[in-house]
Design a protein around this ligand. Sequence first.
Ligand code: NAD
Ligand code: ZN
Length: 356
Amino acid sequence: MIIHSKIKDYEVVMENNTDFLNDLCGLKDSQFVIDEKVYRLYSDKFSSIPEDRLILIEAIEHNKIIDTALEICEKMTEIPAKRNATLISVGGGIIQDLTGFVANILYRGIKWIFVPTTLLASSDSCIGGKTSLNYKKYKNLLGTFYPPDTIYVCPIFFDTLSEKDFKSGLGEVIKFNIMAGDTGLTNIENNIDKLLIRDHKIVREFVLSSLEYKSKFIEIDEFDRGERIKLNFAHTFGHAIEVVTNYCIPHGTAVAIGMIMADSISVKRGLLTDEVANRSKQVLLKVIDIDVDLLNVDINDVIKAIRKDKKQTNDSLAAVLLANNKGLSELVIVYDMTIEEVKYSFESFFDDYTNK
Ligand SMILES: NC(=O)c1ccc[n+]([C@@H]2O[C@H](COP(=O)([O-])OP(=O)(O)OC[C@H]3O[C@@H](n4cnc5c(N)ncnc54)[C@H](O)[C@@H]3O)[C@@H](O)[C@H]2O)c1
Ligand SMILES: [Zn+2]
């Protein structure tokens, strides 16, 4: 699959096994940055990488910072090829955000190959070109747009993902299907149980269809000024849930919760039928698996977190909601969401989750 970009067109290559890593490990003038856990789990696949070309990073938010990015830059200055060097990174969204930033700023941009190893990075974040770093208490405050040159998606990696991280990735996969309307919703309803047991064929199909769906938005509006904003469906709520639970709930799971919250507001506004909202909820509840104590939060903190979100531009609250119009789904950006609506949506999610 080719993704058209104003920065550079780039390719997503689907791989059935890890053989492609043999060629990558032998690539001249390259520097590897690999998620430490992934390196340990797949050490035999990376054994031919010389020590001086390898950086291992623990995939924790605390490492997604400018200091780590600068350390990688410094290490890469030792490669004689300088700006013709290639950065090859292997890991989930944390490694992607960090290395994408490095690849963008070092020598004003170097070649970058990315191998996503989580479901979330493979089905969603690997395309779109966003790079982000955390700064002090601000998550993803610093960032640029810079896509990899090539992305190798290999679903074999998901076999070793924890249940928590796999279900988080499913949250985003379900999101694309719900956004796509009735065909997408029916498709995910019919396949969610196979996805949950990580059926290779089905997982692969859904990764591909998610990327195809997302690519349409980013090709129209790469820099997030119009159409792409719709990809933030449910994210206003999801980000707030991440913040108030101190990031104990992973991104995709928070987005899954956000979708249930968003849909309850849509139903109340008469934008969405009860039937679609309920069907979506039944699928989403299958991937939301959290300690209920995490939800014992002050609703005012949820509202405060929404207000602080970088996507909010004025006093009233904005969100992307789902609507159906004559049987077809569409995403609407609302700018007049009230505090009462947020409270109602959180309380209805809480009831749904505790009674599931
Ligand atoms: N750039 C974007 O467009 C974008 C979009 C969404 C999220 N993000 C960022 O992505 C990050 C979350 O990324 P994520 O959910 O992909 O995961 P992650 O990078 O946070 O990794 C989650 C856990 O999975 C482990 N892991 C990774 N691959 C594994 C494998 N194959 N087997 C076993 N364990 C494995 C990691 O070591 C880590 O413990 C956040 O920092 C978020 O801000 C970026
Ligand atoms: Zn997301």
